[in-house]
Structures are given as C-alpha cells and as structure tokens.
Design a protein around this ligand. Structure first.
Ligand SMILES: NC(=O)c1ccc[n+]([C@@H]2O[C@H](COP(=O)([O-])OP(=O)(O)OC[C@H]3O[C@@H](n4cnc5c(N)ncnc54)[C@H](OP(=O)(O)O)[C@@H]3O)[C@@H](O)[C@H]2O)c1
Length: 249
C-alpha cells in the first residue's frame, strides 16, 4: 500500500462541487473522491437522485435537457465553485447513418444539455471566486468513429475551448478531460481493455489541483493526441488500423 499523499488528498480542500450524472460510473467516483480530497460539500445531481450515506453529499434533481431543472439547480446550489459536466448518453446502435432524431437526442444531452449547464453556472462560478469547470469529453473527439456520440463530444470539445476563452476574464479554470474506454455502464457492451473510473477521476482531480486545462487520462489517448500533428495521409490509416484492432472489426 502506498503512503497517503497529503497534498493530493487536500487538493480540493473546502471546495463545493456539483457533479451531473452522479449516480454511478465516473459520476459516483467524482462525488466520492471529491470528499476524500477535502471538498466540504458535493451536490450529486441526477435525473433520479439516489440516497447517499454521507451528510456532505446533497442529492439534487437535474435533467440537463430540461431548462427549468437547470434554472432550479442554479437556485439550489449557489455556492458551487467546481462544476463537473459529467452527464452524457451513448446509446447502443448509435450511427451517423441512423435516424436524425436519434442523433438529435444525443446532441440534446451531450452538447446542448452540457452547454446549458455550463452557461447557467458560469455566473455562480464567477461569484465564488472564478472556480473550475471540468467537462468530461472523450478520445472520440479525435477518433473518426462514425457515431453521433463522437460528433457530440467533438462539438463539446470545441465549446470547452470557447468557454475557456469566454470565462478567462472571470478567472474560471475550464478543463477538458479526454479518455478512451472506461469500465462503467456506458462501455459495458465493449469487450476491450478499459481504464478504471477511480484512476480517471484521480487524474482529473490532479489536473484540477495543478491548474491544468486538459487531462489525458490513459496511454492510448496520450498517444493519439501526440499524433495529431501528423500528415492526414499518415494519421488516418494509422487511426483506422488502431480502431479496427480495438473494436475487433
Ligand atoms: N465509459 C466510457 O468508456 C467513457 C469514455 C469516454 C468518456 N466518457 C464520458 O464519461 C462521462 C460519464 O459516463 P460514464 O462512463 O460514467 O457512463 P454512465 O455510467 O452511463 O453515466 C452517465 C450518467 O449520465 C447521466 N445522464 C444521462 N442523461 C442525462 C440527463 N439528460 N440529465 C442528467 N443526467 C443524465 C446518467 O444518468 P441516469 O442514471 O439517469 O441514466 C448517468 O448517471 C460521460 O460524459 C461519458 O461520455 C465515458
């Protein structure tokens, strides 16, 4: 067992955190590790909030596709200084060649829902010293998987960069987290190697504490990002080969 790293554990000391999609997967880890690192309160926001055993965790009802629910969340959580935009959907059968309605549903959650929460909480972050917005993106931002999910995350990557620029003046740290497959319900039907949610969240919080603006939470994602400068004629054949090996197709 490694010795506790006091500095790391104290890295969120006194902070007030809101996590969307908090009930399971990465969201649950964001809630629990925030407390381990010294956060004083965590709003665990979910469409159907669950009970939590720790009094520092405040369940909050929030469907990010519902504008009224987002307004109510802002009223209920005026003290937030770390917003974690974690909620998203990745329906099975998602395809860029599928129904337009299905693609719109994905964008309604992953892009418009996330952007709605980001914009609604930006003034709250400003009022609480600038704070931090952590947007959970994906290595799919740079991978040409033909899904609306990948396209929605790419759009949210662009929006994350735009938000960083827009919120710079109010002192908000805007962080994009990119990662490949993670062992959560979302990726349960993929039979490939996956990162543990605990490790991804630990790296994300290390990045927040260090003042980073981007976190690459697995080796494959770091490798992928490092190759983006390659000529397209070299990059895409490599990428497609890597994807075929990963997806077994
Ligand atoms: N797992 C991966 O391989 C992987 C890879 C890269 C990035 N990510 C990203 O990591 C984040 C967390 O995903 P996960 O892997 O932990 O999957 P997950 O277990 O499916 O968690 C997603 C959460 O989002 C919530 N959610 C969906 N639609 C919502 C809405 N309209 N309003 C509020 N909450 C909503 C879900 O809530 P309900 O419980 O109500 O359904 C669920 O708790 C997502 O942004 C995902 O895109 C995941």
């Amino acid at each position: 067992m490694t010795a506790p790293d006091d500095k790391r554990e104290a890295s969120l000391h006194g902070r007030i955190v809101l996590v969307t999609g908090a009930n399971g997967g990465l969201g649950e880890q964001f809630v629990l590790q925030a407390l381990e690192r010294g956060a004083s309160k965590v709003y665990a926001a979910a469409r159907t909030p669950r009970a939590w055993a720790d009094a520092r965790i405040q369940p909050l009802s929030l469907d990010i596709t519902d504008a009224d629910a987002v307004r109510n969340a802002v009223l209920a959580a005026p003290d937030v200084d770390l917003l974690i935009n974690n909620a998203a959907i990745a329906p099975q059968g998602d395809s860029l060649f599928g129904s337009e309605d299905a693609a719109r549903d994905i964008f309604d959650t992953n892009f418009f829902g996330t952007l709605r929460v980001a914009n609604a909480f930006a003034p709250i972050l400003a009022a609480n010293g600038g704070g931090t917005m952590l947007n959970i993106l994906s290595s799919a931002v740079w991978v040409s998987i033909p899904t609306a999910y990948a396209a929605s995350k790419a759009a949210m990557w662009s929006a994350t960069n735009g938000l960083r620029f827009a919120l710079e003046g109010q002192g908000t740290q805007v962080v994009g987290l990119h990662v490949g497959m993670v062992d959560t319900p979302m990726a349960a039907h993929f039979d490939t190697p996956k990162s543990s949610p605990a490790s991804v969240v630990a790296q994300a919080y290390d990045g927040v504490a260090a003042g980073d603006i981007e976190v690459l939470a697995d080796e494959q994602t770091r490798d992928l990002k490092s190759r983006l400068g390659e000529k397209a004629e070299e990059f895409y054949p490599w990428l497609h080969g890597m994807l075929r090996a990963l997806l077994g197709s």
